[in-house]
Design a protein around this ligand. Structure first.
Ligand SMILES: C[S@@+](CC[C@H](N)C(=O)[O-])C[C@H]1O[C@@H](n2cnc3c(N)ncnc32)[C@H](O)[C@@H]1O
Length: 284
């Protein structure tokens, strides 16, 4: 029975314009019936939960899948997400992986990291989990987003006690963040808002994600320029910065971190789809 309900649900989601209707119908069914997706065929007819259809209606109204299930997966973490916080994206996993490798190569006993605009805490918590020597300062200005960061810090501390206490949530604007750490940070990382104001977005993003997480000036680069200024102040000599950007912004962001601004070894990096996605640079 469940498999035929899933087929009907997938049709409804397709009509509503959902990008991956079959996958979403299956993931909703797996969430609602508390089974792995690969075991949906084992759910007995008698166990069908009619709330599945309420979830499908929410998704057909283009509410993000992760708001319905309450969980977003990011590298080796599952994070709580919902109204008021940006849902972490797979492209950010690639940049975070780059940062984790860079930290592994540093000859520093306890590297200090700043995650500017932490949202759910995805980047900060993944670094704390995968680089057990690192200490991460996670900066967030939005109080509602911060309530989700706090929840996820507690959730990760319960699941992986070695991360407890190594992510510190810092309240405030990242433009003036962490003045006590000027010149002392080994790695600055940020997935800031970078969408040009007025750009058209799918309903999942436009209607459900906080605009402070999305938009940043006419060319989308205002926050990235702030990150560049802050990274210059925070990094110790030889420290590195990684900043995410939109696919068409690779060249513009490269020049924000150009040699004439004092940066060295500036590089463009691509995401899993081969699109320009983040820039890294070294502070000499
Ligand atoms: C695109 S979201 C990224 C969230 C998270 N790092 C991730 O990758 O999933 C950007 C985040 O930066 C925060 N933010 C935007 N401008 C900020 C500022 N000036 N100071 C501090 N946080 C800011 C937003 O509230 C939002 O949570």
């Amino acid at each position: 029975m469940l498999l035929s309900e899933i087929a009907v649900a997938a049709g409804r989601l397709a009509e509503a314009g959902v990008e991956s209707p079959r996958a979403d119908a299956e993931l909703i069914a797996a969430f609602r019936h508390c089974v792995p997706r690969a075991q949906l065929n084992l759910v007995a007819d008698a166990d069908f939960d009619p709330r599945f259809w309420d979830d499908v209606a929410r998704r057909a109204a283009r509410e993000p899948l992760q708001h319905i299930t309450g969980i977003a997966y990011f590298r080796y973490l599952d994070l709580e997400v919902g109204a008021g916080v940006f849902v972490p994206r797979p492209e950010t996993e690639v940049m975070t992986g780059w940062a984790i490798d860079a930290l592994g190569e540093m000859d520093v006993a306890e590297p200090v990291v700043a995650d500017l605009g932490t949202g759910s805490g995805a980047i900060a918590l993944a670094i704390a989990q995968e680089v057990p020597r690192a200490r991460v300062h996670a900066v967030e200005a939005d109080p509602l987003a911060r309530s989700w960061t706090e929840r996820n810090i507690a959730r990760c501390a319960a699941a992986a006690p070695h991360t407890a206490g190594r992510v510190r949530l810092e309240d405030g604007d990242f433009g003036s963040a962490l003045p006590d750490l000027d010149g002392k940070i080994d790695l600055v990382i940020s997935n800031p808002p970078y969408i040009p104001v007025g750009a058209g977005l799918p309903p999942e993003v436009e209607e459900y994600e906080p605009s402070a997480a999305l938009f940043s000036g006419a060319d989308g680069l205002d926050a990235i320029r702030v990150v560049e200024r802050v990274a210059r102040r925070l990094l110790r000599p030889g420290g590195v910065v990684a900043v995410e950007h939109g696919a068409p912004q690779g060249t513009a962001v490269y020049w924000v971190f150009a040699e004439e601004n004092g940066w060295q070894a500036t590089r463009n990096h691509v995401d899993l789809a081969g699109l320009d996605r983040f820039v890294t640079a070294v502070w000499p």
